[in-house]
Design a protein. Structure first.
Length: 122
């Protein structure tokens, strides 16, 4: 299969109110309370999970970013049959990337509920 078939991007804007970034921005449930895709923060790291595969990328977050809208983007690029390039962008701090020896795929995940933030479900 062509490498672009298992590439995807999450993009959103957030307005952080805490000194440390923690919590899920997006969660995709394939069954009630079974989150197969998550994207968020833990201890100022991007944390994401697709199926049984998860990873994190450190980001730069400063006190000056608090209370201001910040762009958040996470791109997953399948670079070969067995590797993925993951890049995260937060605010104006620049892009952080890492290469993983795994492939993420949304195929076959069905869908029950998409959660946005801590209190909104759609």
């Amino acid at each position: 299969a062509p490498t672009h078939e298992k590439s995807f991007t999450f993009e959103t804007w957030i307005r952080p109110f805490e000194e440390n970034l923690n919590g899920e921005l997006l969660a995709f449930e394939t069954a009630p309370n079974v989150k197969d895709v998550t994207f968020g923060f833990t201890g100022n790291n991007f944390v994401f999970k697709v199926g049984s595969v998860s990873a994190s990328i450190p980001i730069t977050y400063t006190a000056a970013m608090q209370y201001n809208w910040q762009y958040v983007g996470l791109s997953i690029f399948k670079t070969s049959e067995n590797t993925t390039r993951v890049c995260a962008v937060f605010g104006t701090a620049g892009e952080e990337c890492t290469t993983l020896n795994t492939v993420f795929s949304l195929a076959g995940l069905g869908g029950d509920t998409m959660s946005i933030g801590n209190s909104y479900k759609g």
